[in-house]
Design a protein around this ligand. Sequence first.
Ligand code: ADP
Ligand code: MG
Length: 248
Amino acid sequence: MSTDISCRNVTVAYDRHPAVHHLSGCFSAGSLTAVVGPNGAGKSTLLKAMAGMLPLAGGSIERGVLKQRDIAYLPQQASLDRAFPISVLELVLLGQWQHVGPFGGIGRRGIAAAREALGAVGLEDFEQRPLATLSGGQLQRALFARVLVQDARLILLDEPFNALDARTVSDLVALLHRWHGEARTVVAVLHDFDLVQNRFPEALYLARAPIAWGRTADVLTPQNQLRARQMAESWSDQAAICATDTAA
Ligand code: ADP
Ligand code: MG
């Protein structure tokens, strides 16, 4: 059974303005891929479309045998409401929602799995802590524990290491490699090129249109970086013209 994720000429648009276009290629089953590219390149948009949260304006994303419950998606940190009044354990238990459904109980096994996941991310003593009391790094560890209990075949992470201390990044990268070793398909949006070069076998360089996709060493070349920068400049042309008009 293939769990390759195949993109065929994918376009995703907001109000008919494409944020991702002409993307074709494959996240092969069990691959570990970094998605890189300038701000506004469509990286978050692509992940949301892969998670089934945004409709496509064109093309297709084939998910093979994967169902919605086989997909774990961790959005960019800013989109989480830290004030939500639940404990760390409850946050992790939410990861099992897709398996038990609204009328199923979590049960002792579910709680044991959540505790084990908290141990795996180094938060064994944090079960009862309200989310609002966690540091950024601790919160991200808890969110990774939630992904762990989801037991997903496809794991989508949007800038999972932003603004984290080096120790947390290193622990969480190790977890990501554990998932890779378990033949799960992992796709992560990242900005740290050194990290991508050292720890991610494959990369997709996106600047709304794809610049390159394949082995990381072939993707993160100076030529591709230059092309990405040129493409990003063309997005802001409109803004520059308007600013000049206003000044005149
Ligand atoms: P990245 O994650 O690479 O920084 P995004 O996918 O967030 O890029 O955004 C790509 C483009 O789509 C940007 O120009 C952004 O302003 C636009 N965009 C993102 N989300 C929305 C939205 N909900 N409505 C309208 N435009 C959006
Ligand atoms: Mg983004």
